[in-house]
Design a protein around this ligand. Sequence first.
Ligand code: FMN
Length: 192
Amino acid sequence: MKLDRIYRRLWDCLIAATCEDQRTFKAMQAATIGLDGAPNVRMVELRRVSEPENLIMFHTDVRSPKVAELRRELKITLVGVETDRNRQIRVFGKSRILHDGAARLDAWESSSDRTLILYRTLLAPGTPICQPRDAFGEDCGAQPSDEGLAHFCVVEVSPFRIDWLDLSAVDGPERVLFIRNGTIWEPSWIAP
Ligand SMILES: Cc1cc2nc3c(=O)[nH]c(=O)nc-3n(C[C@H](O)[C@H](O)[C@H](O)COP(=O)(O)O)c2cc1C
């Protein structure tokens, strides 16, 4: 496949991942450098992707370790897989934590109460508890409200390198490295 078609396909995959009923690439693994210097990784769900703005966004709790890690080292790597087609997308980017502003408020208002309940707990993510229900107070989540907004943030990732691997391409495995140079993406084939 031609490089420009692969470029289009990879962004189409990322954009499609933000659709409600989509599973592929929806949850990607996000790697950071832990505060102890060791690699750290966890799943995040892609919420908004814009190729013209060169942005990939996910939501998280501002009290979570990943935010502390990104505040110290803003580089982040996301990796996702399409298991039935053996395709992998790996995105190297710089992060920005949005803890105020209109984009974050829009993200909050367009999220379901089912997901926002996580931000309404008084306990920071990772706080030890005796049993799962201890994380939520008696009335927590019963009434939709802006309670919890203070804990909610959007992480914007601006990719500067993208590695595409397609192990089931018709003519054999294909791997492409896209490097961002200013506002231009420069693709090159690399050995799989
Ligand atoms: C399918 C799936 C999607 C997830 N999406 C998110 C997400 O978008 N944001 C988030 O903060 N945590 C998400 N999580 C939970 C994280 O993977 C992780 O357990 C939690 O955020 C703790 O991360 P930290 O201690 O590294 O900060 C998701 C977990 C799963 C299984």
